[in-house]
Design a protein around this ligand. Structure first.
Ligand code: ARG
Length: 459
């Protein structure tokens, strides 16, 4: 028996394998509420334009609400023979209200329907990502406020570089996640044009009002070109790109938490709630959540690459290839939301080990730059010479197995006689961070100013 929706020209129904490769309802049923919202807006518009009678429109409206409540209650039977969510909903509507259901698809195609549904779904995920990021940023700010003046080592090449403050390090991530938030917001503003009414690809001869449906669905305006409206998925790619960049930031921070929670570092203690044990080694407390967040980027970037590969080379307008867009975005969105929530929990719960941080900051000749700067400022040396003198002092300290502040004044003066007692003031890590007062620098006063700017921005 041929397909009830499009089988007019067919003598036979599809092969089982055809049905299996063609059907998408197993996953696109996640678009049910967006599909019904789109259909309601479309039917209301058709009625106002006199294309549909008020009675039919009312029957459709009520029927769609019934379908929605059946789906929400888990009482709906999805059929793969009906291919996708769009035809499943319409077929059920027909069972409930009869003939008027067949009038709903006037001046519409599944091509503009699916683009509309999928945009609505993606838009919701953008909003969820922005709220998730905001929660994470608030957790980071709380850590930064608590430790605006806790000193820790700053690294380059993962080698001790210069002392920084805990708050400064936390706020570095706030800036990154803040840009992620604005990337999602930019994508939302750009995508927020309604495909509905583009019909199959060419528009329609019916006197529809695309502005009305656009407004009803919260879009800023109808998409300007009907071919483009059904053919492009750049909104999904932009979501996946923004998600990939965000996942990369999460992965880097997760890696730091893995390192920091190791026995060799002990910079932080992760809470029991966000750690796991080992089935054989009783002493183990593993940072599994951090490790998984570090790894999740693989799925998200994978989804982005997969969809780029699907879309490249597709001629206009719609091709069935584009049905491959949804699973990628669904999985990437689920993965991102979970990773954001897990990171937020971990950050809120973790405890910085302030003494360990300070001790680590004071080792590894972390104030060597301060010493070189002192030679420039107090002894008038060119920076390159000061760098060389300081290097010699570091070598001396290393040979003696001590840190820079442990060298005696006589030892220091044997390298350069301009050095005086005053140099010891700049060799402490507290003085080092306190001196970095340039805008955006690590000095506690700068960190607090950055925190204040963020609190004002978040309200
Ligand atoms: N399930 C399809 C998709 O996800 C809906 C659009 C189908 N359109 C068509 N002309 N076959 O892309």
């Amino acid at each position: 028996k041929s397909n009830a929706m499009w089988g007019g020209r067919f003598a036979a129904g599809p092969d089982a394998i055809m049905e299996a490769i063609n059907a998408s309802v197993d996953f696109d049923k996640r678009l049910a509420s967006q599909d019904i919202a789109g259909s309601r807006a479309h039917a209301a518009m058709l009625a106002r334009q006199g294309i549909l009678s008020d009675n039919d429109a009312e029957a459709i409206r009520k029927g769609l609400l019934t379908v929605l409540s059946e789906i929400e209650a888990g009482e709906f039977t999805f059929s793969t023979a009906l291919e996708d969510i769009h035809m499943n909903v319409e077929a059920r509507l027909k069972e409930i209200i009869g003939e008027p259901a067949g009038r709903l698809h006037t001046a519409r195609s599944r091509n503009d329907q699916v683009a509309t549904d999928f945009k609505l779904w993606t838009r919701d995920q953008i909003d969820a990502a922005i709220s998730g990021l905001e929660a994470l940023i608030r957790a980071l700010i709380a850590q930064a406020e608590a430790g605006a003046d806790w000193v820790m080592p700053g690294f380059t090449h993962l080698q001790t570089a210069q002392p920084v403050t805990w708050g400064h390090h936390m706020m570095a991530y706030v800036e990154m996640f803040g840009r992620d938030m604005s990337r999602f917001a930019d994508a939302r503003a750009r995508m927020n044009e309604s495909p509905l009414g583009a019909a199959a690809l060419a528009g329609t001869g019916f006197a529809i009002d695309r502005h009305m449906t656009a407004e009803a669905l919260g879009f800023d305006r109808p998409a300007a070109n009907s071919l483009d409206a059904v053919a492009d998925r750049d909104f999904a790619l932009e979501f996946l790109s923004s998600a990939s960049i965000c996942a990369m930031h999460l992965s880097r921070f997760a890696e730091e938490l893995v390192i920091w929670s190791s026995a060799q570092f002990r910079f932080v203690t992760l809470s029991d709630r966000f750690s796991t044990g080992s089935s054989i080694m009783p002493q183990k407390k593993n940072p599994d959540a951090a490790e998984l967040i570090r790894a999740k980027i693989g799925r998200i970037v994978g989804a982005m690459i997969a969809l780029f590969t699907v879309m490249k080379g597709l001629p206009l307008a719609y091709s069935k290839d584009m049905q491959e867009d949804k699973e990628q975005v669904f999985d990437a969105a689920d993965t991102l939301m979970l990773a954001l929530a897990a990171m937020t929990g971990m950050v809120s719960d973790m405890t910085a080990n302030v003494d360990k941080l300070r001790a680590a900051a004071a080792s590894g000749f972390s104030t060597a730059t301060d010493l070189a700067d002192w030679l420039v400022r107090e002894a008038g040396l060119p920076f390159r010479d000061a760098h060389h003198v300081t290097g010699a002092l570091v070598a001396m300290a290393e040979t003696k197995g001590v840190d820079l502040p442990d060298l005696t004044l006589a030892e220091m003066r044997s390298v350069h006689d301009a050095i005086t007692e005053g140099v010891y003031d700049v060799l402490t890590v507290e003085n080092s961070v306190a001196s970095r007062t340039s805008y955006g620098g690590t000095a506690p006063e700068q960190v607090r100013a950055q925190i204040a700017r963020w609190k004002e921005r978040l309200g």
